[in-house]
Design a protein around this ligand. Structure first.
Ligand code: HAM
Length: 423
């Protein structure tokens, strides 16, 4: 039997990959404008980075990590997300000492989670993410959210819903935690095993349980919004004011708890509102993680960021019927007949390409009709036809495929003339 691709992964083939490149380029371009710089970290890290960073009560750490022991007996894990690695690198390279603060970074690359594969959920997926470290100005929360929205808007997505919540600071969370314990403890026996262990370690995780989400105690659970202290409330109010000033519509959802432990204050998700998007509607998730840097061994540094997967981005584009301007075709296809003409096009093709044009010729000894078909398939703007007779007369016939207009051009100055035609 032939070997097949592992479950939950996919090959991105030519024809499709151009969409990925387009999204990646646009996102990079916008990061440049917003002044976020690229960081590249390894695809695997010491397992402890994620157990400490992401949190050992999360589904990611408990059930989804690709962890292995290397030949040196170290426990390593394929990164399930990018924030912990970015913060590790921030600490390791003492970026907190840089005169440019806050440190604003972006990354892009494959992440790995052993999840149950379904539409929009893969075991290897590509995340694009940003992290801003070193500022607790609520304006940077608004900037990060606005960057995410700008990336979506720049590609024409409209059916988006931004939901935000505040998870408060340490004090607010402690008060909320006590209330949650009081709420769930008497009936915790009715919940799944995971929730039972979450009760002591991190009762907020219960609210994120997929198995027990319809239990009646979920709806009546104490909401973090009611436990925010004055400082957290003021912070959240400022974030909302800035979003309003930036004309970014949002909904406050007090039930939004993210699947990772490091969040506090602002948490947000961007969902697709498009019909037929599928069951998983979250396109992008992020939030503030003051305290994570200390957890990873660095000095006290506030941070906020987000990440989205390109897989879900493309699903959202498809659901809204948006065609990205890719696969636009090539500038010129060189059709040749006769041995000498064929030989001549080898160098002519190179000249065209070096002059900046996308160009192709036949490599399969095809007849003229089949070469024209090949040009059509490549969506060539022009076809240049060279036979031995033209070669003898030092001319070449150039046809504009859309209008059918044809011109005879002096062969020696073909590249310059072709440049003029394309001006
Ligand atoms: P997350 O919510 O776990 O957050 O993931 C962020 C995004 O990654 C999701 O909204 C989704 O677009 C994509 N994603 C996650 N899992 C999958 C999957 N199995 N298949 C396809 N796409 C997936 C984080 O990872 C945080 N590090 C985000 C962050 C950055 N928070 C602060 N800074």
């Amino acid at each position: 039997m032939s070997i097949q691709i592992p479950r939950g992964t996919q090959d991105i083939l030519p024809g499709e990959v151009e969409k990925w490149q387009y999204i990646e380029n646009k996102a990079r371009e916008l990061c440049g404008k917003f002044q976020y710089n690229e960081i590249r970290t390894p695809i695997f890290e010491h397992t402890e980075l994620f157990t400490r960073g992401v949190g050992d009560t999360t589904d990611i750490v408990q059930k989804e990590m690709y962890t292995f022991t290397d030949r040196g007996d170290r426990s390593l894990t394929l990164r399930p997300e990018g924030t912990a690695s970015t913060v590790r690198s921030f600490v390791e390279h003492k970026m907190y000492g840089s005169p440019n603060q806050p440190v604003k970074l972006f990354y892009m690359g494959p992440m790995f989670r052993y999840e149950r594969p379904q539409a929009g959920r893969f075991r290897q997926f590509v995340q694009f993410g940003v992290e801003a470290l070193g500022s607790k100005d609520p304006a940077i929360d608004a900037e990060v959210i606005s960057l995410a929205m700008s990336i979506y808007h720049s590609m024409g997505l409209k059916k988006l819903k931004l939901i935000i919540n505040s998870l408060g600071d340490k004090e607010s969370r402690a008060a909320h935690r006590a209330a949650l314990m009081e709420h769930f403890t008497p009936r915790i026996g009715e919940f799944c095993k995971d929730c039972q262990s979450r009760l002591q370690k991190n009762p907020m995780r219960i609210l994120d349980c997929k198995q027990d989400r319809d239990h009646e105690l979920m709806k009546s659970a104490p909401s973090i919004i009611d436990y925010l202290n004055a400082e957290s409330k003021e912070y959240f109010a400022k974030v909302q004011k800035y979003l309003t000033d930036l004309h970014i519509p949002f909904t406050v959802d007090p039930n939004l708890v993210r699947g990772l432990d490091y969040y506090n204050h602002t948490a947000f998700e961007i969902m697709s509102d498009a019909e037929g998007f599928g069951a998983i509607t979250t396109l992008c998730g992020g939030g503030r993680y003051n305290g994570l840097t200390e957890e990873i061994g660095g000095p006290e540094t506030p941070g906020i960021g987000f990440a989205f997967s390109i897989e879900r981005f493309i699903a959202a584009l498809n659901a809204e019927g948006i065609e990205l301007p890719v696969n636009k075709g090539i500038d010129c296809y060189l059709v040749s007949l006769g041995e000498d003409a064929k030989d001549y096009t080898v160098v002519l093709l190179q000249k065209l390409r070096l002059a900046g044009f996308s160009a192709e010729r036949d490599y399969l000894e095809r007849k003229i009709k089949a070469q024209m078909k090949a040009a059509d398939r490549l969506n060539a703007k022009y076809v240049a036809i060279l036979g031995d007779e033209e070669l003898n007369n030092k001319v070449i016939n150039v046809k504009h495929m859309e209008s059918g207009e044809q011109k005879q051009i002096d062969l020696e100055s073909f590249v310059e003339k072709f440049q003029e035609l394309n001006q």
